[in-house]
Design a protein around this ligand. Structure first.
Ligand SMILES: [Zn+2]
Length: 222
């Protein structure tokens, strides 16, 4: 158990480096969490610390109701919502939140990103949906995430008037989804500047998503 907690702290700390590197976050906004395998625990970013100052030891360990069980700092203000996702989605082992600018501009308009590119079909299996507005601080955002992604292939949701939440079978997969949703949002934004976009057919989306999910890449890679 100790080893699993320490490994999760190191993993979550290291994964945070992707957020500023991919220009998904400003100042201290954004956070990554991971479920601790085999325990009803999660590891999440401390609230308000700058990315450059994050260390494995500064990560916060919480139970799946968002109560801190280990760590010197208060956990991220989004902790209750991450915890809600872990309680309701046993298949999810990582959650990421950002206000990445292009994707968040779609959230500001409460507009789903249409599945108009093969890359979106591959990664998201359809339109990237919009979730409800919810206030920050308790589990309300988590409820909106779970409700919106129920029955969706998308690992990303654009929470109305707020920003991006992504889920994954690992924290790394959730970080990848956060990078990819921003990329999709930017490209479709650029396309729309010069004209309308055409959504792919559902059958083609299903075929692309299936190939990408089951065939693409190196066997055994995550
Ligand atoms: Zn936020």
């Amino acid at each position: 158990m100790r080893a699993a907690v320490e490994a999760a702290k190191a993993d979550v700390c290291a994964l945070h480096a992707y957020l500023p590197a991919a220009e998904l976050v400003a100042w201290t906004s954004g956070n990554v969490s991971a479920r601790v395998p085999g325990a009803d625990l999660m590891v999440i970013k401390p609230s308000g610390l700058e990315y450059a100052d994050l260390t494995p030891a500064s990560m916060v360990v919480c139970d799946l109701y968002g109560n801190r069980v280990e760590g010197d700092y208060a956990p991220s203000s989004d902790t209750g919502s991450h915890a809600y996702v872990y309680r309701h989605r046993p298949d999810v082992n990582g959650v990421v939140h950002t206000h990445s600018p292009y994707a968040t501009s779609w959230a500001a308009r409460a507009e789903a990103i249409p599945c108009c590119l093969t890359a979106i079909a591959d990664e998201f299996g359809g339109d990237i949906p919009v979730g409800p507005f919810a206030l920050i601080g308790d589990e309300a955002i988590g409820e909106g995430i779970v409700e919106t992604l129920e029955g969706s292939n998308s690992p990303a949701v654009l929470m109305r008037n707020h920003g991006v939440f992504t889920i994954g079978a690992s924290a790394r997969a959730a970080v990848k989804a956060a990078v990819m949703v921003e990329d999709a949002a930017r490209t479709v934004h650029l396309a729309r500047l010069l004209g309308p976009v055409t959504r792919l057919d559902d059958a083609d989306i299903a075929s692309l998503h299936d190939r990408y999910t089951n065939v693409y890449g190196q066997k055994g890679a995550k």
